[in-house]
Design a protein around this ligand. Structure first.
Ligand code: UDP
Ligand code: MG
Length: 319
């Protein structure tokens, strides 16, 4: 081994996870004990929950577990800020104490046995290890189709993402120190990590079912995340508009030729249908284009304010 045993922090964002949490805690306790016993991680490794303004008993459960066992610790955001912000809050907190951090979901859909392989890649020198789903058999067809469509669409739109990688990943302290320099408010972490660079590796695992409770990522949130990813990391939609403008200009040249021909043939009064259609078509394209530009201006607007991305209301970490 090229590196000494690292202090590992597992960072888990939680939003209304009371149904899944106890089960998750049991399994993680076992996993951390095994890792410790197999000499893969150092004493002082922890599981850090980032409570994302849950409205149920999530935070109470975390506090109670912390009092029972110091392996579990947590922070609580002042309100719901969304998965990405809660995760960031957890990562930024954990990096103060950890050598290496692995982020995962509270429902343990991501196979925790992949952690061993992630740590092995880290020991071999990787600074980021992406967990990639090798199959999604356990997801509903709808979730699978929308989620895979999500990655393909992101790619088409010019965002560099690792296919079928969500936020199950290992990152070293060094990488997280770099992440701190990315100040965007519209956060799309899985697009930012590839930008940070450093030696990275991939680990494959099978995605299981949610252990309890319901998905906190309905289609609406997923679309929101996709749009955040595209508009924060790519200007390709703006390029499409330019291309559309060029195509329209080409078409209008054809229309010009057409109308001259009609004129020469002496049928110039006809063409009402054509006029009306063009008005609607051009109007539609213009409105849509302005909308896309507006979206980017909206992003600039929210980025320039540089508001904090989260606020930690409570913390169980003892210095
Ligand atoms: N989550 C969060 N804040 C939110 C929504 C979700 O912290 O506003 C957390 C949630 O508790 C879970 C993770 O993000 O740990 C992923 O959510 P979920 O498993 O519901 O998403 P799915 O696997 O269905 O895409
Ligand atoms: Mg899940």
């Amino acid at each position: 081994m090229s590196k000494k045993k690292p202090v590992l922090y597992l960072v888990i964002p939680c939003y209304n996870e009371e149904a899944a949490l106890l089960q998750t805690i049991e399994r993680l306790k076992q996993k951390m004990a095994d890792l410790l016993q197999e000499n893969k991680i150092a004493e002082g490794s922890r599981v850090l929950f980032a409570n994302d303004g849950s409205k149920d008993k999530t935070w109470e459960i975390i506090q109670e577990q912390h009092h029972k066992d110091k392996l579990f610790t947590g922070i609580s955001l002042s309100r719901n800020r969304g998965h990405q912000n809660a995760l960031l809050a957890g990562l930024m907190t954990a990096k103060k104490y950890a050598d290496v951090v692995i982020s995962l979901d509270a429902d343990l859909q991501d196979d925790i046995d992949a952690i061993d392989e992630m740590l092995a890649k880290y020991a071999e020198g990787a600074e980021i290890v992406y967990g990639v789903r090798s199959s999604r058999q356990k997801d509903s067809t709808f979730k699978r189709v929308t989620a895979e469509g999500f990655y393909k669409f992101m790619h088409l739109m010019g965002v560099e993402v690792v296919f079928n990688h969500a936020d199950y990943r290992l990152a070293s302290k060094r990488v997280l120190d770099e992440l701190e320099n990315y100040h965007e408010v519209n956060l799309f972490l899985r697009g930012i990590f590839p930008l940070i660079g450093f030696k990275s590796e991939v680990v494959y695992y099978e995605r299981g079912e949610r252990c309890a409770g319901e998905s906190k990522y309905p289609l609406k949130k997923m679309l929101g995340l996709a749009w955040d990813g595209i508009s924060s990391l790519s200007i390709r939609p703006l390029r499409f508009i330019t291309a559309l403008g060029l195509i329209m200009a080409g078409l209008s040249a054809l229309v010009l030729i057409y109308s001259i021909v009609v004129k020469v043939l002496g049928n110039a009064v006809s063409g009402w249908t054509f006029t009306v259609c063009s008005i609607w078509l051009v109007g539609g394209i213009q409105t849509f284009s302005i909308g896309v530009i507006g979206e980017y201006i909206g992003k600039i607007y929210s980025e320039t304010k540089r508001r904090p991305r989260y606020c930690i209301a409570e913390s169980l970490i003892e210095e």
